[in-house]
Design a protein. Sequence first.
Length: 103
Amino acid sequence: MKQMEVTILGQSYILACPDGGETSLLSAVASVDQEMSAIRDAGKVKARERIAVLAALNLAYQLAERPEAPAPRSKSAPTQDSAQIDAMLARIDAALGGDGQLL
């Protein structure tokens, strides 16, 4: 696992990245940065934490609207995907630091 430095909404973050996952991570970072920038530039929301939550909701909604989107999974049967999402949220929370937790 390697570490990559990325910038989202003008803030630098060091993220862990599995070997061979650099392109996917950079694509995800670009999507998040674009969504957060659009929300910030609209001028109605200023707090970075609120921008992050709104961007996450917008991106999740876009994913859910895709025709090939899988059905939501039950919380009673955790999967590798849900473990990866939990780990990613923990890293985001750590990166936000004093700004508060994302979710």
